[in-house]
Write a protein that binds this ligand. Structure first.
Ligand SMILES: [Zn+2]
Length: 356
């Protein structure tokens, strides 16, 4: 257990802080989430710590939070070759393969065995990828939410570019330089600030705020120097919110997203890494995810960010169990906010049907 705690602590250090100085900018001309030293910040207030789960931390100090592999779900591949069908396939953590008509989109792709700068150490995945890259239909677009290792994986980015040399990467402000260092041509990177828009084929993309932070590892000079957020994808009259990693904050970011985009047809919402309760300053709890589902008037949501990398104190089945409870308490039907199987191909809407 000591060894395991040490590994968990070391894993956590990848996500912890360091600072450096930078030339001062004129803040009067900058949006409020930009700081004078060229970094970014959350502009909403921090919400109170949550103790809304069934787990009293003191009572379960030594619980076993080992992750076991989820079974891989197969079938439904014919949906991928029918351009009237739009599907979502969970690969693990926040990685989804979205097949939107003829367009293939990957969110925060990580196919690697570890969320780490090196292949031999760091947080190891509990479940293998739901699908390997070679088994997926083509990838045209990659959406990145922020630079944490479990969301931005160098090996996966390079593999995708090698297999699909024309692929476009849509990334937060100031992340392009990092991808260019990895060999991605700048012409294939779309870099956006909060509320900025971009177009890709018949998709309209909007980079939207999230209460979170950014840094790659301890002593990272670039702490909060790359922006973080989520993506709204609009395709004709349909909309998707890929939330990325989010804490609730005071909720104002999400109220604004809802005011601009709700009702949203399909939401990808994180439900894991919320224990101990102080982590709700970085991540939403399952109950908060359920509240966001309601706020966005989401017609259908799928949970993400669980059962993949064991980075925090929630046990593997805590997120879906707590989501179950929240759904019951908030009267959300089970088929409106569901947990996906690993690798499962889920139909999110059918162009031939107007109301599903
Ligand atoms: Zn994160």
């Amino acid at each position: 257990m000591i060894k395991k705690n040490l590994i968990v602590t070391m894993a956590g250090l990848f996500f912890l802080a360091a600072c450096s100085s930078a030339p001062k900018l004129d803040v009067s001309t900058l949006p409020p989430h930009h700081t004078a030293d060229g970094r970014f910040r959350n502009t909403d207030t921090i919400g109170p710590l949550l103790l809304d789960t069934m787990h009293l931390e003191e009572a379960v100090k030594n619980f076993d939070n080992t992750f076991e592999p989820l079974p891989l779900i197969r079938g439904g591949e014919s949906l991928w070759v029918d351009s009237s069908k739009n599907t979502a396939t969970w690969i693990g953590q926040s990685t989804f393969y979205l097949r939107l008509g003829n367009i293939g989109v990957l969110t925060d792709p990580i196919f690697s065995n570890r969320a780490s700068p090196v292949f031999f150490a760091g947080p190891k995945r509990g479940s293998p990828p739901g699908r390997i890259l070679d088994s997926l239909p083509p990838v045209d677009l990659v959406l990145i939410s922020h630079d944490h290792y479990d969301h931005l994986d160098k090996r996966s980015i390079k593999s995708i570019y090698k297999k699909y040399p024309q692929v476009i990467f849509a990334v937060p402000l100031k992340m392009a330089e990092l991808l260019e260092d990895w060999g991605i041509p700048s012409a294939q990177i779309i870099e956006k600030d909060w509320w900025e828009e971009a177009y890709f084929k018949d998709l309209k993309l909007t980079f939207v705020p999230a209460h979170h932070k950014a840094q790659r590892f301890i002593f990272d000079r670039n702490q909060n120097k790359r922006l973080w957020g989520g993506w709204i994808i609009q395709k004709k009259e349909r909309s998707i919110w890929f939330a990325g990693d989010i804490a609730m904050g005071d909720g104002s970011y999400y109220k604004e997203i809802a005011s601009r985009f709700a009702p949203i047809d399909f939401c990808l919402l994180p439900i894991g890494s919320y224990l101990p309760a102080r982590l709700t300053r970085m991540h939403v709890s399952p109950r908060q995810a359920a509240q966001l589902h309601l706020l966005m008037k989401s017609k259908f949501s799928i949970a993400m960010h669980w059962a993949t990398f064991n980075l925090t104190k929630d046990r593997m089945w805590d997120p879906p169990n707590d989501l179950n409870r929240a759904r019951y308490e908030l009267s959300i039907p089970e088929d409106r906010f569901r947990v996906s199987g690993m690798g499962e191909i889920i139909l999110i809407w059918d162009n031939n049907l107007s109301d599903n």
